[in-house]
Design a protein. Sequence first.
Length: 56
Amino acid sequence: MMGSYGVSEEQARFLVGILHASRAGEFGVVDPALCRRLQREPTPLRTVPAEAPTGQ
């Protein structure tokens, strides 16, 4: 199905892998090294759409 949108098989497998990892909770924990590197708490992905400009 993704091929009809111009996505290669390799890219599709990668995206499906990300989906499976996400559903398994693989991205639920933030490594403290990320916070140190950013020098702040990371922004939770679920808040990004709420903060995005609406274009109005």
